[in-house]
Design a protein around this ligand. Structure first.
Ligand code: SF4
Length: 86
């Protein structure tokens, strides 16, 4: 598995109902806590090779606890434009 610089997996444990569909879909990336059974993200920066499985896990999660967040576009501060002297 290759760790990527692409989208980041975000898991909301407060919404997770412990159904385990994510673990079945992408066992290298998800696990469940032993006490609550809620999702544990093992690697929140999935490589390209597993992105499809992650998207599937996000899609089938019955509680909507999983999401993929795209990396922010780098934003350079705009240069201020001084009025031209004539
Ligand atoms: S599929 Fe969703 S509800 Fe089920 S364990 Fe994973 S995150 Fe939690």
């Amino acid at each position: 598995m290759v760790t990527g610089a692409g989208p980041r997996i975000v898991a909301d444990e407060t919404r997770c109902v412990g159904a385990g569909q994510c673990v079945l879909t992408a066992p290298d990336l998800f696990d469940q806590s032993e006490d609550e059974g809620t999702v544990l993200v093992l690697d929140d920066r999935p490589g390209e090779d597993v992105l499809e499985a992650v998207r599937e896990a996000v899609h089938i999660c019955p509680s909507g606890a999983l999401s993929l967040r795209e990396p922010r576009e780098s934003r350079e501060p705009r240069e201020s434009r001084e009025p031209r002297e004539s």
